[in-house]
Design a protein around this ligand. Structure first.
Ligand code: UD1
Length: 429
């Protein structure tokens, strides 16, 4: 079993380059199925989720070649199989975007129920399916597979009763080639939704309003290949911003869009950290003890739920009491058990965590329960006295490119090590 081993207590100083956005890439790669053509996509992060998605495309008949480590050429002209390989999709949450893309291209999709990050609660996809139905698809499920079929999709007005990133993206993928106009109301506004819309428009789609809560899609009959560069990862950048403040260090985080980071910057400033914005970089440093603040996660442009676990670590170290409320996910505090093993004082009350600040964190064996929980454990380990061992790092590898070299370059003592399986936290707990 591989673990991350961190010797904590060192402030981070220097520069970190952010990779391409995972959540944009997992939508843009399946979107290439909407045309039989050649694409060159830059700023593709080299992480597990993306490698799985590329492997799925390859098994479906696409030719995938790396021009550089982050630039991929995808040739979909000879896609010979509409069947999505089950083994690869079942561990990848975003595999459900293949339903939207295949439905959009062939009016027919059969994809395994999505796996991937489980925050401890249910992750429904009813809104995705309602959207497909509104476009004329008939949905059925059998043996862990979702089947969607339509004689031909027809544009419709769709009101989402909950703001959903996944449903907005998936229905957009299905609707680009539908006959007539589709209007998505109460749509999600995340930067990766705008990125996907820009990509689809470059392919020849006609999408207006992405980034607002009303998206209008005028169906087109043909789409073509294009060259595109994926936006930087908002959450990877935010994770390093919080690491800078939590370790009382000074990091300049490069290849970012500062506008996308505003909800995180605002909260860091509220805690007393200094945040300086440049054209495509952001500098975060702390000059003294920080104080707590309250956080409530919301859909974009609110504070991102994917930054909630990392920020909670910072708040555990700040002076005073902070309340963290997650209004996006019902049960996203599972990681708190691991933080309390390190000395954090946090109580869960329903959808909120009450964080008693000024904790002195001590290194401990902990587990990465999911991707962002894993990022939180890294930040906690960097701030803790002594050694922290993080297991289940497979979750972290899903979403953070080169996390070890990036952190080592700014002064962290962190390494990936192989351990015998019987040494697991889960077994000792
Ligand atoms: C995406 C992100 C995830 C992030 C989340 C919220 C990707 C690959 N993942 O997940 O990291 O935490 O946005 O920013 O981009 N819901 C329903 N029915 C549905 C769909 C969602 O009730 O059909 C609910 C969910 O249970 C949740 C809320 O809507 O409470 C938001 O979920 P959604 O925005 O869809 O998250 P994902 O797209 O799964």
């Amino acid at each position: 079993m591989e673990k991350f081993v961190i010797k904590g207590g060192k402030a981070l100083f220097g520069e970190i380059n952010v990779s391409g956005a995972k959540n944009a890439a997992v939508a843009i790669l399946p979107a290439t199925l909407l045309a039989k053509d050649v694409f060159v996509i830059e700023n593709v992060p080299d992480i597990r989720d993306i490698n799985s998605m590329l492997q799925i495309l390859e098994e479906m008949g696409a030719k995938v070649n790396y021009i550089t480590r982050s630039t991929v050429r995808i040739d979909t002209r000879h896609i010979d199989s509409k069947a999505v390989p089950y083994e690869l999709t079942k561990n990848l949450r975003a595999s459900y975007y293949l339903i939207g893309a295949l439905l959009g291209m062939y009016s027919n999709a059969k994809v395994a129920m999505p796996g991937g990050c489980n925050f401890g609660g249910v992750r429904p996809i009813d809104l995705h399916l309602k959207g497909f139905s509104a476009l004329g698809a008939v949905i059925s499920t059998e043996g862990g597979m979702i089947m969607a079929k339509a004689p031909g999709l027809v544009g419709a007005s769709i009101y989402f009763d909950k703001v959903s990133v996944g449903a907005t993206i998936n229905v957009m993928l299905a609707a680009v080639k539908a006959r007539g106009v589709t209007v998505l109301e109460n749509a999600a506004r995340e930067p990766h939704i705008v990125d996907l819309a820009n990509f689809l428009n470059l392919m020849g789609a006609n999408i207006k309003g992405a980034g607002t809560d009303v998206i209008k899609i005028e169906g087109v009959s043909d789409l073509h290949g294009c060259d595109y560069s994926i936006i930087p990862d908002q959450i990877e950048a935010g994770t390093y911003m919080v690491a800078a403040a939590a370790t009382q260090g000074d990091l300049t985080i490069k290849n970012v869009i500062p506008k996308h980071l505003e909800p995180i910057s605002a909260k860091l400033r509220e805690c007393g950290a200094i945040v300086e914005e440049y054209d495509d970089a952001i500098r975060v440093y702390a000059t003294g003890r920080l104080h707590g603040c309250n956080i409530k996660t919301m859909p974009h442009p609110g504070f991102p739920t994917d930054m909630q676990p990392q920020f909670t670590v910072l708040l555990a170290l700040c002076e005073g009491i902070s309340i963290v409320t997650d209004s996006v996910w019902d049960n996203r505090f599972r990681y708190v058990d691991q933080l309390t093993r390190m000395g954090a004082q946090i109580q869960i009350e329903g959808k909120a965590a009450i964080v008693q600040g000024s904790a002195v964190l001590k290194g401990a064996p902990v587990r990465a329960d999911d991707l962002r929980a894993g990022a939180a454990m890294i930040i906690a380990g960097l701030c803790a006295k002594g050694t922290t061992e993080i297991e289940d790092i497979i979750h972290i590898d899903r979403g953070y490119e080169d996390v070890i070299p990036k952190l080592t370059a700014v002064g962290a003592t962190i390494a990936r090590r192989e351990f015998p399986d019987d040494n697991s936290v889960a077994k000792r707990a």
